[in-house]
Design a protein around this ligand. Structure first.
Ligand code: UTP
Length: 228
């Protein structure tokens, strides 16, 4: 059975925009796919993590402490998806990769949040992809692919349908340091998918029809990152 890891941003799961409706539909799609695909999901922190990170920074917390704050929020968000998935999902966010792999022996779907300070849940998804022998990693995010520039800021930005791991890395390195960054993929995650050659697909996570096609390895609207 194929294994797929999905990195889903908090900005997709819980942006406070019909979240219940979206999570119910997402869970029902995942429950439909789980019989033919082993699914791991890594949930991000989104605006709630960003709020706490900003508040904690203003109160004087160091960046690693703020990363731990972010990690706690990712696990809270992960619990919402676990609740919606019901019995098919491992009942808590797995804290380590070993726990996630053990849980996958008895559960079709296993969810994680963050793990350690210094990276984001995209990197966690990439590491989990290596450990689980995933055939592809899906980055379900708030843009419908990788662009030449940030499409929210630059109207001339063009979407790239296929890029190499090196191109992804180059794009991801243009990121400010510190807890709570927001780029299309984490630079550490980009290095890990590159070294393992895990095909990575960037898709708008709120577009469930495209997300499903991306998970199944079908043609979809987004970007495929692979060995050029
Ligand atoms: P996210 O993975 O959500 O990062 O983790 P992000 O890119 O800021 O947010 P999305 O993609 O829009 O949801 C939130 C924060 O939690 C910490 C980092 O500070 C990160 O920015 N974190 C998360 C870690 O330090 N380690 C982890 O493994 C995961």
């Amino acid at each position: 059975m194929d294994t797929v890891v999905i990195s889903i941003g908090g900005s997709i799961l819980v942006p406070d925009d019909d979240d219940k409706d979206y999570i119910v539909k997402l869970a029902s799609m995942l429950n439909r796919l789980k019989d033919d695909t082993r699914i791991f999901i890594v949930v991000g922190g989104g605006r709630i993590a960003r709020y706490y990170i900003k508040l904690g920074r203003s109160l004087g917390a160091d960046e690693s402490y703020l990363d731990d704050v972010g990690i706690e929020v990712t696990r809270l968000n992960a619990r919402m998806l676990i609740v919606a998935l019901g019995n098919s999902a491992y009942h808590v966010p797995a804290i380590t990769f070993d726990e996630a792999l053990s849980a996958a022996k008895n559960h079709s779907i296993v969810i994680m949040g963050g793990t350690h300070p210094g990276h984001t849940t995209d990197a966690v998804a990439a590491m989990l992809g290596e450990r689980a022998g995933a055939i592809r990693l899906i980055n379900a995010t708030s843009v419908d692919g990788v662009y030449t520039a940030d499409p929210k800021k630059d109207p001339t930005a063009k979407k790239l349908d296929n890029i190499s791991f090196d191109q992804l890395l180059e794009i991801c390195m243009k990121v400010a340091p510190g807890a709570g960054p927001n780029v299309v993929f984490d630079p550490l995650g980009a290095k890990i998918v590159a070294r393992s050659g895990i095909e990575t697909r960037v898709v708008h996570g709120r577009n469930l029809a495209e997300l499903e096609k991306a998970i199944l390895g079908q043609e979809f609207r987004g970007t495929i990152v692979s060995r050029a």
